[in-house]
Design a protein around this ligand. Structure first.
Ligand code: AHM
Ligand code: MG
Length: 336
């Protein structure tokens, strides 16, 4: 089609930039794009069919499982299994990683970490939700995958991306050569390149944090919030507070408009709430590739050595100057 480049065309055109296993990674991205379209279809008709609400189960994180969480998890796992390029999947919804045993896949060279439906508390109220994925080249040399294949630093990611199911549905991804965004055109059922070479503004006017937890934030975060609310024309303050409660949607907005997203440690969750492998690492890879910054308040997220599949970390992510400023406040109160 004249003037339109689809996700599949783009991925193939760009595969020469990849260091190895070019076709395999491209096919993996294509498999994810297909699952995203199927999940999008269900998210879009969520109010019409019996798919809202909870399943009555509690997941490995101790959270209520929504029906769409389960649906999205199944769809992504099925697409990755069928595609044959992935030998294992770690998902927010599964306690242990899933080994793909079949003859073709078990020697495949990639593993995927996945949050199939992020922000699921927003599903029932028609607010944006997302999917987050992180792709690693396996660390082991072949055969069935092992835990160490997943416990690699974020800086080792081969690709990462997210899908935001919002007023329109977008897929944004990176393979370490910049960030590109694709909008789903429902009339042709294709993700089309709409946001080439995305760059996050160096500074913005938005801070995103669940300020309701203020009382249990570290002192450095409290001080940074006070700073955001002060009046100062030269730095465009006071900033606006925007918090959707879907990490994908909050970070997507800040990626385009500039801003900072913080999910800090709290008294109840001293290691933060968000998960390193399938939330913080992929979003940090994307934001860094777009020229932004992502740390835990002190050190780079992508340099954290993972110790477990569902590890959590505090996160400060977004426009570089804003994250640097927040880190200044954190280092003023390192243990408070
Ligand atoms: P989920 O993966 O179970 O949906 O939880 C992650 C979500 C993030 O999308 C969002 O940033 C955060 O939880 C909101 O948490 P809170 O309600 O504590 O502010
Ligand atoms: Mg999540």
């Amino acid at each position: 089609m004249i003037g339109i480049e689809t996700l599949d065309e783009f991925v193939i055109r760009k595969q020469d930039e990849l260091p190895y296993a070019k076709g395999e990674l491209s096919r993996l991205l294509r498999d994810i794009g297909l699952a995203a379209k199927i999940v999008n279809r269900e998210v879009n008709k969520a109010g019409l069919v019996d798919i809202l609400g909870t399943t009555g189960a509690i997941n490995v994180q101790g959270e209520e499982v929504k029906k769409l969480d389960v649906y999205a998890n199944k769809r992504f796992i099925a697409a990755l299994k069928l595609g044959g390029e992935c030998c294992g999947i770690a998902s927010e919804e599964n306690k242990d990683f899933i080994v793909i045993h079949d003859e073709i896949s078990k020697n495949a060279r990639y593993v995927v970490a996945l949050d199939p439906l992020d922000g699921s508390s927003n599903i029932d109220v028609n607010v944006s939700v997302g999917t987050i994925f992180s792709i690693y080249r396996r660390a082991s040399s072949g055969g069935t995958c092992i835990l160490e294949d997943f416990l690699q630093k974020g800086s080792q990611q081969a690709a990462a991306g997210y899908i935001v199911y919002g007023s329109s549905t977008m897929l944004v991804y990176t393979t370490g050569h910049g960030v590109n965004g694709f909008t789903l055109d429902p009339s042709i059922g294709e993700f089309c390149l709409s946001h080439p070479n995305m760059q996050i503004p160096k500074a913005g006017k938005i801070y995103s944090i669940n300020q309701g937890n203020f009382i249990s934030f570290p002192e450095g975060v409290k001080e940074y919030i006070r700073y955001c609310k002060q009046e100062d024309k030269t730095t465009n303050r006071p900033y606006s507070l925007r918090y959707i409660g879907s990490m994908v949607a909050d970070i997507h907005r800040n990626l385009i408009s500039g801003g900072i997203f913080i999910y800090p440690a709290t008294k109840d969750a001293p290691r933060g709430k968000l998960r390193l492998l399938y939330e913080c690492n992929p979003m940090s890879f994307i934001v860094e590739q777009a020229g932004g910054r992502a740390t835990d308040g002190f050190k780079r997220i992508l340099d954290i050595e993972p110790k477990e599949l569902h590890q959590r970390t505090p996160i400060f992510i977004g426009s570089e100057e804003m994250v640097l400023k927040a880190e200044e406040f954190m280092s003023d109160y390192p243990s408070a």
